[in-house]
Design a protein around this ligand. Structure first.
Ligand code: ATP
Ligand code: MG
Length: 278
């Protein structure tokens, strides 16, 4: 690990000791699929915008993302519990109701991390949790949960649908999801709008925890704008491939003091034992 990783780990460990004596909340999950498998050109660019988000038809990829629901006893789920416990410890010092999940680059596992963090929070702590899909360009969360949205974040922000119509419960849990349906032509503008700020405030009053899944921090203003509305940020790092300078640039853009924890996605583990189940 390079300097940045070491420094972040040390800062996390230090803050962890101060708060609880707990270990740093890194989440070394199983290595991802081969680069670009099923999603060609992920790091090179995004697909053109369609009129609405895709309906659930990517069952295999979906199952890979919702590991905490399908395999609550797995090592990966356990790592998300550890991250959650770390956030709980920090929440003893200051309120942490709104949490942004982001990463430097595309395809590093943000949506997977956001979904699993939301699931363990709702399932383990019996909290009322809302997961907000804030990737208005290529949303993936709702497909992972088999949700076909009637309305979504853009419609709510534009005043085209009431919040209640857009929010979906996840069966068997206290997790709700505010998905994306309409892909608006001006996503960054919407996410940095006054209406978004008010919505985040409203959601923080209605739920115990609200987790926001965002696009990558580098190259788009969305994560930065949203981070300013949040109590804390979880940063996903693809352990084997996030370039150090990209991570450093992303941390410069976000306020480092807001970082609650790091998810080292793809850190070395025994793949045979810990891989995702389909
Ligand atoms: N730990 C993991 N093990 C296996 N596969 C993973 C893991 N984390 C993510 N993936 C897979 O990698 C791909 C990208 O993950 P995900 O959609 O969570 O990334 P993302 O950062 O949200 O991407 P984007 O920037 O496009 O929003 C998905 O196919 C997902 O199933
Ligand atoms: Mg995503």
């Amino acid at each position: 690990m390079g300097k940045v990783y070491d420094a972040l780990r040390r800062a996390e460990e230090e803050r962890g000791r101060q708060a609880t004596g707990a270990a740093a909340p890194t989440v070394p999950t199983a290595p991802p699929e081969a680069e670009g498998a099923g999603r060609p050109g992920r790091r090179k660019g995004r697909r053109g915008a369609a009129l609405t988000a895709p309906v659930p038809d990517e069952a295999l990829d979906a199952n890979r993302r919702r590991i905490a629901l399908l395999d609550p006893e797995s090592f990966v789920t356990e790592q998300f519990r550890t991250l959650r416990a770390r956030i709980e410890a920090l929440a003893a010092q200051r309120p942490i109701r709104t949490i942004l999940v982001t990463s430097a680059l595309a395809g590093e596992g943000k949506s997977t991390a956001a979904l699993n963090l939301a699931l363990v929070t709702a399932m383990e702590l019996d909290r009322k949790v809302l997961l907000v899909e804030c990737d208005l360009r290529r949303p993936e969360i709702h497909t992972s949960l088999g949700i076909a949205p009637r309305a979504g974040l853009a419609e709510v922000l534009l005043g085209e649908a009431p919040l209640e119509e857009a929010v979906h419960p996840v069966e068997g849990t206290r997790l709700h999801v505010l998905p994306v349906r309409k892909l608006p032509p001006n996503p960054s503008e919407l996410l940095s709008s006054e209406r978004m700020r008010k919505l985040a405030e409203e959601l923080a009053h209605s739920y115990d925890t609200v987790i926001f899944d965002t696009p990558a921090t580098l190259g788009l203003p969305d994560a930065k704008a949203l981070s300013e509305l949040m109590d804390g940020v979880v940063m996903v790092v693809r352990a084997d491939s996030t370039p150090r300078e990209d991570l450093e640039a992303a941390l410069d853009i976000l306020d480092r003091r807001r970082i609650l924890g790091l998810v080292f996605n793809g850190a070395e583990v025994d793949v045979e034992r810990y891989e995702y189940r389909d």
